[in-house]
Ligand binder design. Sequence first.
Ligand SMILES: [Ca+2]
Ligand SMILES: [Ca+2]
Ligand SMILES: [Ca+2]
Length: 744
Amino acid sequence: MSACGRAAARFALALCGPAVALAVAPAPALAQTASPATAQLIVKFRDAGERAGLSPAMRVAALAGDAGTPLAHARAMALGAQVVTLFRALPMHEARALAAKLAANPDVEFAQPDGMRRRAFIPSDPLVGEQVFFDSSPGGVNAFAAWDLTRGATSVVVAVVDTGITAHAELSGRSLPGYDFIADPVISNDGDGRDSDPSDPGDWVTTADLANPVFTRNNCKVEDSSWHGTSVAGIVAANSNNAKGVAGMDWFARLLPVRVLGKCVGYDSDILDGVTWASGVLVPGAPANPNPAQVINLSLGSTDACSALYHSVFAQALAHGVTRAIVVAAGNDSVDVATSTPAGCFAEAIVVAATTRGGSLAGYSNFGAGVTVSAPGGNDVDFPSDSILTLFNDGKTVPGNDRYGYTAGTSSSAPIVSGVVSLMLSVAPNLTAAQVRSILQSSARPFPAGSNCNTTKCGAGIVDARAAVAAAQAQAGTSGTNYQGLWWRAGGTESGWGVNLAHQGNQIFATWYTYDTTGKPWWLSMLASRTNGENFSGVIYTTNGPPFNNNTNQTSFPPARPVGNGALSFTGANNGSFTYSVNSVVQTKPLARYDLGTGAQPTCTYSPTTPDFAAATNYQDLWWVANGAESGWGVNFAHQGNTIFATWYTYDSNNAPLWLSALVTRNGAAYTGALYRTNGPTFNAYDSSKWVATPVGTASLAFVDGNHATFGYTTDGQGGLPVASQSKQVTRFPFTASGGTVCH
Ligand SMILES: [Ca+2]
Ligand SMILES: [Ca+2]
Ligand SMILES: [Ca+2]
């Protein structure tokens, strides 16, 4: 009784009044709404066997009979396989489960879902076809395929430390308030020293300018305005899929324009202050930067070895914690980067050399052991088929009209990599600077056959946006805190309801056990995806289905119905909040892990490859009937010591959501305990003094191993439930494409 007493006093809801358990199970059916689906399978029958003489259609019919599932033969296909039509479209995880079930039939050689592919997403920007560097050719960055994974996030800030920025329509809405760090009015060309306006006034140089020793010392020449900062910003983050102009590498990141280059040149002092400020570190005389950048792009440099000051400023910027990458152009002097600044600061910076369409080092590009990776830089602006199309302005002196133009140089290679890093951080916001560097290198594409590049000259390879984002996703899923388990209102002031989280990588399947407006047990579910950091959000669904005691026919229940959306935010391993909007009710509840008080809380770890579930000795997870044969209901186990709190989400005789719970304790090989139904106040006006737990029978769990159990229950007619007794073979439910979470 003491365990029950303790547990009951806490979440448990009602549980322990006498000893109730909250048995809810999540709804795997929910996941289906967020995943692709298919209405077809591909089945190959065995060449021999007792049905080998039958027609494919008859064998499909026989298979349907064996499986208890309606199937129809559609047509024969290559290799002797058959296309088989399902009774309805199934989410891919259910289709895979059904295929696995069919594959076990002795007449079947193999069965698999007939998945649907689509071309990599191509944005609507009319000039995207001219942006040849986006493609997946040996010299391309594989951007289209990356955009199938992510198109970026507004939470990522990329600083463009350059000549400033113009009001190009393709940058509209993307810029944050930046700063102009050019102290010398002769260079700044805006009439004064440092100021809060980083717009680019033009950087043209006249014959008269050349009389000034500042320009003659630096071998400056008469030239038109470059609009360099605008062209770099456009490569990182031009507005995309807007039926206009070009696309950017990152469609949502925000730009932080930091002006450090004026007419012809820029001082180290201005550049270093600009980098410092962009990173969020205070610069004397300048206001604090409210939007520190995760990525800082420096498409600038000249020959000079990296100084100790550059090293320490870059190191400080990274140590401040927000900035994860300082991306630097290798330079265009055809020399070793060790003799260039800031490219020679490769201990801290990501140094990018330029490659051609064919994947060779561009003739102008610096090179050497200090190069981190290569990226397309174009070979010659006169050849659009091997140059970088981006944003420009048509003003020869002051800003004129928006235009687009071709460029070539490591100044273009660096922002391509900055854009790739910002995409990586959109899916893995917590990557460290070391992880960003490591992923860029390990995911880079090897130099193609015939390239004059090698890893001592051009870095680890040519940056591959898709591979880098995928590697970042995998890294994010395995690092960081895992929140799997049972949660309730922080402080325990609302006992009687809870939310169970099954956490796999960047997704959490949440099953929320609460009550409807009539006080009846009601459960909702949400497949939430990581938006940034420790924040997850998703759509909240309610689901109807067959009565719990008659749920062998899973073919007829309606799809889950969205009723709102929710967000889970965590401030620690055991603390967070749950904000939801359900049926127009918006509330936020502080959450804490529910401690059964029957042993240590387990530590849960996600692996991107499926862990050895069978070997696990802690069963805390989301479970369902093996192979998803009864999708739509499930049971969550919270497991501490010799006690499991099982929450079972299912349906009543009206096909309406119903949840039951059981606090089961180890008794020999099995875990047994009373089964409870809990009624309580409606979720939006909760009062913990008003919930009532009614014992309705018994529940038992018998584990064969860490991934196979028999879930048994008996209901005795109490609590408005029918008399029933059943046992179900259950397994863990890994709802993500691969991998799973094990607690220990
Ligand atoms: Ca100024
Ligand atoms: Ca200014
Ligand atoms: Ca565009």
